[in-house]
Design a protein around this ligand. Structure first.
Ligand code: KG4
Ligand code: ZN
Length: 340
């Protein structure tokens, strides 16, 4: 007799994307993401506005996820939601929705760590794609986090390196702001970098111990360099946009890879994955493949829609928690600083 399918509804609301996904075993049937354009006006995410937008979006997003998966309420076995880390006001919306949903349908609730989600996105079924084997290293790079994670098992992970100041995504977004791009500028740097010469400008790189990262010195060096050049040529940014983007992107990628290579050598691990919003960066993907060939790594890059914040990664993490009966109860609350 075949085993019963497990259907999980995933909910993600940690920052400025409201997302709902339906997972059947390890296959995603739908992954709906409502992004919030309102923040573009302010050059960054405004927590109060994010929270309000989640409240408006969450019911329609869940409704659409169910419809496009062709699944009814009654078929859902459990609801998995992001408990943290993230913006408290945003997390509270997904957490409260999930508590009410769980109570109304009398199904279990799974409180997922968002950072586990980014890593476990690699285990969503994708045709023709291998999944990592344990132990592997995952470079998780997003707007809020930059971590090298030693992944020992689905729910057993250790952060071996982290940023002491800005995250890699912030390094992209803040330097993009200096160039005059709207928020979030990371994807725009990626776009213009494709036409530029990455060796044209050199910016300062940190000298950190161990596997930790720092981006604040780099960001300041970009700012001071541009301010100096603009005194000589007020059109400096416009005249050099592609080369600036390519050089900035290369610096960020170099900072990341120095530590990733060191961790791989020291831990003797050659299965290397990337995750998080910044892993959508085409330069980072190309560099992972290039270094992977040189170092004989087996590399894992998630599908684009599973890189940036999404509920599919929350649903797959919930599935592994469901298998272990790691259920939350109605006293659970959002945790903005939740640790891996
Ligand atoms: O994982 P994510 O969607 O949200 C957080 O949990 O933070 O990551 C968002 C970050 C933003 O900083 C955004 O600029 C960056 O990912 N990002 C990129 C690219 N796509 C998204 N950075 C560089 N190149 C990209 N193509
Ligand atoms: Zn994220």
């Amino acid at each position: 007799m075949s085993q019963k399918d497990t259907i999980i509804l995933g909910i993600e609301s940690s920052c400025d994307d409201t997302s709902a996904a339906i997972l059947k075993n390890e296959t995603i049937l739908s992954n709906i993401i409502a992004t919030q354009d309102v923040h573009k006006l302010y050059g960054g995410v405004v927590p109060e506005l994010a929270s309000r937008a989640h409240q408006q979006n969450i019911v329609p997003v869940v409704d659409q996820a169910l419809k496009s998966a062709g699944i009814s309420f009654k078929e859902i076995d459990a609801i998995a939601f992001t408990r943290g880390p993230g913006l408290l006001g945003s997390l509270v919306v997904g957490t409260s929705f999930s508590k009410a949903f769980s109570l109304a349908l009398d199904i279990p609730m799974l409180d997922v760590n968002h950072m586990h989600g980014h890593v476990l996105a690699h285990f969503i079924d994708e045709e023709g794609k291998d999944k990592p084997e344990f132990p592997f290293l995952c470079l998780t790079v997003s707007g809020g986090h930059t971590q090298i994670v030693l992944v020992k098992d689905y729910l057993e992970m250790e952060v071996v390196g982290t940023t002491i100041d800005d995250a890699a995504g912030e390094a992209f977004d803040k330097t993009a702001k200096i160039l005059g791009f709207p928020y979030p500028g990371g994807p725009l740097i990626d776009k213009y970098a494709k036409e530029g010469d990455s060796s044209k400008f050199v910016f300062s790189k940190p000298n950190m111990d161990g596997y930790d990262f720092s981006f604040s010195g780099f960001k300041t060096s970009v700012l001071y360099f541009i301010q100096k050049q603009e005194k000589l040529n007020s059109d400096f940014i416009k005249d050099n946009l592609a080369d600036l983007c390519a050089s900035i992107q290369k610096s960020i990628i170099d900072i990341l890879f120095v530590k990733l290579i060191k961790a791989s050598n020291d831990f003797g691990i050659k299965q290397i994955a990337i995750a998080g919003g910044v892993s959508a960066n085409s330069g980072l993907r190309t560099e992972l493949n290039r270094i992977g060939v040189l170092k004989k790594w087996k590399t894992f890059i998630p599908k684009f829609e599973f890189c940036t914040d999404n509920a599919a990664m929350i649903a797959i993490t919930g599935k592994y928690m469901y298998d272990k009966k790691m259920f939350a109860d109605q006293t659970i609350s959002a945790s903005s600083r939740m640790k891996i």
